[in-house]
Write a protein that binds this ligand. Structure first.
Ligand code: KIV
Ligand code: ZN
Length: 525
């Protein structure tokens, strides 16, 4: 049977590119999705949910290309319980060496009420859609959305129908993050004991983190017999997010004594992918986030440092190297050469061609001139900005000078290159950042509404780079921009322009005829 596992092997199903990317503002570009998929494949993720092919031409193209490129992972696409969704999904994933169709429908009373289907009618839809999917692909996952709030008898009935129709994986979503560990375990255990045919399929757990219990609920489900965990890098996802991949994987590794299960994940690749997902999604990782937070391995207090020096195990239950954190993050200064930079970037997961290295080296030298010490985080930020600038953005920041101080108003003298032509303006505002944003608007009028403006320091010290994230919304389309600089206002201008460029791309893409339409998995029923 497809994907059946040994007793102790837990499959890791990553949905960063589908459930994670659906989080408002976390939209990734086509190339960013390909890059993340490549990293997921390389780190040993078993199944990559690459997107929702019917949702847009962009989603379709990304899923198809990820499917073509994948080396080991099963590539899965999401489809509502509709033949046209399932066909489109198959069109995209069929190129994979190991394709999977994931189809779903909301089965709880609240979800059933939306299409106004009776229980019998919905059961019929499930039978037909899973049969249809299985006729196309021998690897089919079925999910009763909002399973944890679905009546027990009905849940058993529809799962049995899906298994009989050919589903090979049954996923049990806790769509609204409502369940708790004991209940999560009981539900999986009872389903496996009760539903005819359950022993021939893999049961999966898909938890959301609304009550902060997603990791605990997923692990409890595994203890009860689930053998696939659905998760995202950094716990990215709508509202409070999904189960964090790094948390479940490291919990299973560190506490193997009480949870004797294995995953196929190379945990030393965790930090790099976490940083990349944070960068491309525009969702920074909280400092004290388990496993991947900046402070997760920092031991600042005197007592801790003393203990750590004597014996690292005093306060450390896992080694930083286990998640891919190098022992020292101090890298280089302005005298470091190209070979050293290449070696360091390789260490951080980047393999650069000669031309790319040339460009990055110029940026590195500029940064090292302004900043005495260049850390890993600085280099990762630099790589992100280099990738963002390598596209053919319509708008670029050419020159910026601000006048600020205790006397209002502050002013910004800005030159933007728009479609290859320079335009200059001086604008005022309530502070230097406001003045700068007003200047951008004066040069390139637009209807984008600023939803988020966030600044954080990449490293310590007054010469640290600031990373600025900007989220903009226009007609329901959301775009996030990021940029870093030792000057916070310059970083702000570039992040704002970056978000604007992305918004323009999205505007172009959604012109009539170029996009099927935007559907969401929330429109399931
Ligand atoms: O949370 C959820 O129910 C989902 C389904 C589409 C599996 O993401
Ligand atoms: Zn979900």
């Amino acid at each position: 049977m497809t994907d059946m596992t040994n007793d102790d092997r837990v499959l890791i199903f990553d949905t960063t590119l589908r459930d994670g990317e659906q989080s408002p503002g976390a939209t990734m570009t086509h190339n960013e999705k390909l890059e993340i998929a490549g990293m997921l494949d390389a780190m040993g993720v078993d199944i990559i949910e690459a997107g929702f092919p019917i949702a847009s031409e962009g989603d379709f193209a990304a899923v198809s290309e990820i499917a073509k490129n994948a080396e080991n992972a099963v590539i899965c696409g999401l489809a509502r319980a509709k033949a046209m969704d399932i066909d489109r999904c198959w069109e995209a994933v069929q190129h994979a060496r190991r394709p999977r169709i994931h189809t779903f429908i909301g089965t709880s009373p609240l979800h059933r009420a939306i299409p106004d289907l009776t229980m019998d009618e919905m059961a019929d839809v499930i039978h037909h859609t899973v049969t249809h999917a299985r006729n196309l692909c021998d690897n089919v996952q079925w999910s009763p959305m909002d399973a944890t709030r679905t009546e027990w008898d009905y849940l058993c009935r529809v799962i049995e129908i899906a298994i009989k129709a050919g589903a090979t994986t049954i996923n049990i979503p806790d769509t609204v993050g409502y369940t708790a560990p004991r209940e999560s375990a009981d539900l999986i255990r009872r389903l496996i004991e009760t539903v005819p045919g359950a022993d021939g399929v893999v049961f999966a757990t898909h938890c959301h983190n609304d009550l902060g219990m997603a990791t605990a609920n997923s692990l409890a489900a595994v203890d009860a017999g689930a053998r696939q965990i659905e998760c995202t890098i950094n716990g990215l996802g709508e509202r409070a997010g999904n189960t964090a991949l790094e948390e479940v994987v490291m919990a299973l590794k560190v506490r193997h004594d009480i949870m004797p299960y294995r995953t196929g994940i190379d945990t030393t690749k965790i930090m790099n992918i976490s940083r990349r997902v944070a960068a491309v999604s525009g969702f920074p990782v909280q400092y004290n986030k388990a496993i991947v937070g900046k402070n997760a391995f920092a031991h600042e207090s005197g007592i801790h440092q003393d203990g750590m020096l004597k014996n690292a195990e005093t306060f450390e239950i896992m080694r930083p190297e286990d998640v891919g954190l190098s022992e020292t993050s101090l890298v280089m200064g302005k005298h470091s050469g190209r070979a050293a930079l290449r070696a360091k970037l390789e260490d951080l997961g980047y393999e650069l061609g000669d031309n790319q290295l040339k460009d990055v080296f110029v940026r590195f030298k500029e940064l090292a001139d302004r900043k005495k010490e260049v850390y890993d985080d600085d280099l990762l930020t630099l790589m992100r900005d280099a990738a963002a600038d390598s596209g053919h953005d319509r708008i670029q920041v050419k020159f910026l000078r601000v006048i600020c101080g205790t006397e209002a108003p502050q002013s910004a003298d800005l030159t933007l290159t728009i479609d290859g032509v320079d335009h200059q303006v001086t604008a005022t505002g309530d502070g230097p950042v406001d003045a700068t944003f007003n200047a951008v608007k004066a040069l390139f009028p637009h209807g984008g509404r600023l939803q988020l403006y966030q600044v954080h320091a990449v490293t310590e010290g007054t010469d640290a780079q600031a990373t600025v994230s900007v989220r903009m919304e226009e007609d329901g389309k959301i775009a996030t921009g990021q940029s870093s600089d030792t000057d916070t206002v310059v970083a702000s201008a570039k992040a704002y322009v970056n978000a604007l460029n992305r918004l323009l791309v999205r505007r172009e893409k959604s012109k009539p005829g170029e996009d099927i339409k935007t559907v969401s998995y929330r429109d399931a029923n």
